[in-house]
Design a protein around this ligand. Structure first.
Ligand code: 4AD
Ligand code: MG
Length: 481
């Protein structure tokens, strides 16, 4: 028998076919009554019931069928007598690939907290919750590629090691092969001599692939990146990671309105794809969320079941308004007047904190919101200056329960305005000549955005902590596994 003869549990359970021979392989979830194995192979949320004959089966083998063990079972797929499944496999033979000592196996057949599972992230794939989350994470990634491919976008790989700070925010991880102890000793006087470093200059892990995507867009017209990005911001929150994945489309001959349309279409497409193709996992996560929220006060629970919330986002038009209009709403809002905001809103210029974003999407509009026209002072150097000389053609998309899902803008394509802004913001012009060349030779209106992949996974799975939607989260003080 070759391993390829295995039939996936999703295939067995996904068809009405019965009375045929099959071999299934997977991990034992439970073994009841020395007779009924609940077997899961990750292909689906569901387990297949494998029935063994405890009278005829070798006793030593019977003992080895334990929670966590990897086994193969060959037998006949028959109509199930028991409740909860249509078919089951009556085993003629069972082989154990890998034993699992049930007294030591950390995953017991009971509920474990997400915090505990985070500590054993190497094993949490084997739970229903994380199986569902990671199947959906795949579905989201796949449908993003499909969305862009079907619309004629080209996938560009932007570098992971870079010498530039795309966001100008300075929250970068340095990359070096220098011996830090040695550097410290020699660093008297002139400081560190980066000419001696691997790349002959100071380098970092990328915070965004945007600048490189712009270069590609000004030739291929429609491109996108989808890769890991790194930020050394010391934010120990449920929405920030030090290593996260970002999707960054960049489009030539497009303005801020095209940019908003693209982002809204894409988000709706991906959500719909998951609802159509991974309903079972979403419904499971919906139930999980409902159970979790039973412990919360009613006011803090999700206003809609997960599936309904996703459907709602697909059919509703996102609310579009300017930053200035949003400030007006916030200024006159109850929490602002009653001093409930930690950062009171006085007027134009205020940077929106997550409490403000949440008020707008969760209390005021009760749906996704796209804000445009932010003050130039609180946005990056590359955003296109509006005619008022005060605001830029930025757009942020805010989602209920998540906050900022997307950040993007129309880009400043005018060389003089761009260099002026870079000078004002102390961006080193000499190191950015390659970027400025696009504005020197055949510049054109263009726009793009960055979608935080994990934030979208959070929204679709209903998971409330970003650390639970990436296999091995990296955050301040933690780089386990
Ligand atoms: O708003 P940001 O910083 O935008 C950029 O990096 C632009 N260069 C994008 C572009 O226009 N091409 O980041 C984009 C998105 C945010 O809206 C958020 O969803 C996500 O990336 N994000 C994070 N996700 C997880 N952990 C973090 N520390 C994140 N920082 C940003
Ligand atoms: Mg942003």
């Amino acid at each position: 028998m070759t391993m390829q003869k295995r039939t996936k549990i999703s295939t067995v359970l996904g068809s009405d076919k019965k009375d045929y021979q099959a071999t299934v392989m997977g991990w034992v979830r439970t073994f009841r009554n020395n007779q009924f194995i609940a077997l899961n192979d990750g292909s689906t949320l569901k387990t297949l019931q494998v029935v063994v004959d405890r009278e005829t089966m070798d006793e030593a083998l019977l003992k080895r069928i334990a929670t966590g063990a990897a086994i193969s079972a060959t037998g006949t797929v028959v109509e199930s007598q028991g409740r909860g499944q249509t078919v089951e496999l009556v085993a003629d033979s069972v082989e154990v690939f890998g034993d699992s000592d049930p007294d030591k196996y950390p995953l017991q057949p009971k509920k474990h907290s997400l915090e505990f599972l985070r500590e054993i992230a190497h094993l949490r794939f084997r739970t229903n919750t994380f199986g569902a989350v990671f199947r959906l994470r795949h579905a989201i990634a796949y449908s993003i590629h499909k969305f862009f491919n079907d619309r004629g976008y080209f996938y560009i790989h932007s570098p992971i090691i870079t010498g530039s700070d795309a966001e100008g925010a300075g929250e970068m991880f340095q990359v070096t092969t220098m011996n830090l102890e040695q550097v410290e000793k020699e660093a008297e006087g002139d400081g560190v001599n980066y000419k001696k470093d691997f790349f002959g200059k100071k380098t970092h892990l990328t915070v965004s692939g945007q600048l490189q995507a712009e270069l590609a867009a000004l030739s291929l017209s429609q491109v996108y990146t989808f890769g890991p990005t790194f930020r050394a911001e010391n934010s120990n929150t449920s929405r920030h990671l030090a290593e996260f994945w970002m999707i960054e489309p960049e489009v030539a001959f497009a303005d801020i309105d095209d940019n908003m349309d693209l982002a809204e279409d894409m988000l709706k497409y991906v959500i719909k794809y998951c609802m159509d193709n991974f309903k079972e996992d979403i419904e499971f996560l919906q139930q999980r969320l409902e159970n979790e929220e039973k412990q919360k006060p009613a006011a803090e629970r999700s206003p809609m079941p997960l599936m309904e919330k996703l459907e709602f986002c697909v059919v509703q038009e996102f609310e579009r308004l300017t930053y200035t209009e949003a400030i007006q709403i916030l200024k006159n809002s109850k929490p602002n007047k009653k001093g409930k905001f930690q950062f009171p809103i006085e007027g134009f210029g205020a940077d929106l904190q997550s409490e403000h974003e949440r008020y707008l999407v969760e209390k005021h509009f009760k749906k996704p919101v796209i804000l445009t026209g932010y003050p130039k002072e609180i946005k990056a150097f590359y955003m296109r200056m509006n005619d008022d000389d005060k605001t830029v053609a930025a757009m942020d998309i805010l989602f209920p329960g998540i906050g900022e899902m997307v950040g993007g803008s129309q880009r400043e394509e005018r060389l003089d305005k761009l260099t002026k802004r870079m000078e004002e913001m102390d961006i080193p012009l000499d190191e950015m000549q390659w970027f400025l060349d696009t504005r020197r030779f055949g510049s054109c209106p263009h726009a793009g955005f960055g979608l935080g992949f994990e934030r979208l996974v959070m929204f679709i799975t209903g998971m409330s902590n970003i650390r639970d939607v990436i296999p091995f989260p990296r955050y301040p003080g933690s780089a386990e596994f």
